[in-house]
Design a binder for this molecule. Structure first.
Ligand SMILES: Cc1ncc(COP(=O)(O)O)c(C=O)c1O
Length: 374
């Protein structure tokens, strides 16, 4: 991918906001609870290397990613902090993880057996995942846990350094399911502590942003801090509770590349879906679905000169048209996410319009949009 340097569309990432958000959560956590900054999916679209560096400089002690590839990107950038890969990694690739001191997640006996057959020059650190109700990956039963622990004892070059689970609904108002998960986790932890020698030195972590914000004192050795580090709330409900103040790190800007006066009856874009009922002004903005700016955003708005301007006609691959209230010079700034005078478009506004979550919005804006760090 060629870095885009010449096209006037860019995302601005406010690194100070990342530091601020880490500081906000840190002051609520008990001593002994550290922050593992979740920088998977290119740091939720913010840039994994830059976010990882800022998070570590702001007090995070470890990093989490989803893929081994993502961990290697961080290592190649010279980041030496502990990195946990949260997803499943093929056992045949465990030597790559071991040699780069990258911790893998495991939850299957057969996975251990496969790793056991490989001669590793470095020990492989692993965290064991327990599925307490997410239904995605992890050991589900007490019996399976006992089997896995027995298997693990046979493989001296695989070093268990952590156990964890993931909550499915810590961001919801109703916490019944969340409490059910914490109870299942405690039951598995009891067995683990009885059956594993040295259990007291194993790192335990359960909380994502929502759990950490709501139950900071219940968090164990780490929180896995993702969406809130980027300044977004895990759900509208958590946001409405005003438990924590967060600053969004992501803004998105472009510029007008063409402005024209059109007469009544003028049609705009593919399929001519928009018709002017009276004379008006059209601005062209160089961003489209090829950048991850979804076609579904038709009829949403952007900001120009502090005013909301509707997106008219179909969004093209690289450009879209907006309705302006007057003529503006070429090069006028267009705010797609962020503040312009008294107006603001939040990531949440776009998520609401698209019927999705803020996580998806910053992830969907792809690498064609350069990230500028401020
Ligand atoms: C296993 C795991 N832990 C932690 C997180 C971070 O969650 P959040 O972004 O809600 O803080 C994620 C994100 O999806 C995850 O998959």
């Amino acid at each position: 991918m060629v870095a885009t340097l010449y096209r006037p569309t860019w995302a601005e990432i406010d690194l100070a906001a990342i530091g601020y958000n880490i500081k906000q959560i840190k002051k609520t956590l008990s001593t002994g609870t550290e922050i593992m900054a979740v920088v998977k999916a290119n740091g939720y679209g913010h840039g994994s290397v830059e976010i990882a560096r800022k998070a570590l400089a702001s007090g995070a002690k470890a990093l989490a990613v989803a893929l081994l590839e993502e961990a290697l990107v961080l290592r190649r950038a010279g980041i030496t902090a502990p990195i946990l890969v949260l997803g499943w990694v093929d056992p045949k690739d465990s030597p790559v993880a071991a040699s780069h001191h990258i911790t893998l997640t495991f939850f299957q006996e057969e996975w251990l057996e496969e790793v056991g057959k490989i001669s590793l020059t470095d020990d492989l650190k692993v965290h064991m995942k327990w599925d307490t109700g997410m239904g995605r990956i992890g050991i589900r039963t007490e019996q399976d846990l006992s089997h896995v622990l027995t298997a693990l004892k046979q493989i001296p070059h695989v070093k268990l350094t952590g156990v964890f689970t993931h909550f499915a609904s810590a961001d919801e108002e109703n916490l019944t399911y969340y409490h059910g998960q914490t109870e299942r986790f405690s039951r598995l932890l009891d067995i683990f502590q009885k059956e594993w020698q040295g259990a007291e030195s194993i790192h335990i972590h359960t909380g994502n942003s929502a759990a950490a914000i709501r139950f900071p004192e219940q968090m164990q050795h780490y929180i896995r801090f993702g969406i809130a580090m980027y300044g977004q709330y895990p759900s509208p409900w958590v946001k409405s509770q005003k438990i924590i103040s967060l600053k969004p790190a992501f803004s998105l800007y472009s510029q007008l590349t063409h402005v024209k006066r059109v007469s009544k009856g003028a049609k705009i874009g593919y399929g001519s879906t928009y018709t002017f009922n009276e004379e008006g002004w059209v601005g062209t903005v160089p961003i489209g679905y090829g950048d991850g700016w979804s076609r579904e955003l038709q009829d949403f708005h952007v900001l120009v000169d502090g005013k909301k301007c509707p997106i008219i006609g179909r969004i093209c691959m690289d450009q879209m048209m907006i309705r302006l209230d007057q003529s503006y010079p070429i090069g006028t700034k267009v705010t797609l996410i962020g503040k312009d005078q008294q107006e603001e478009i939040e990531v949440d506004d776009i998520a609401d319009y698209l019927g999705t979550i803020p996580y998806e919005v910053t992830c969907m804006l792809n690498e064609r949009i350069p990230r500028k760090y401020i």
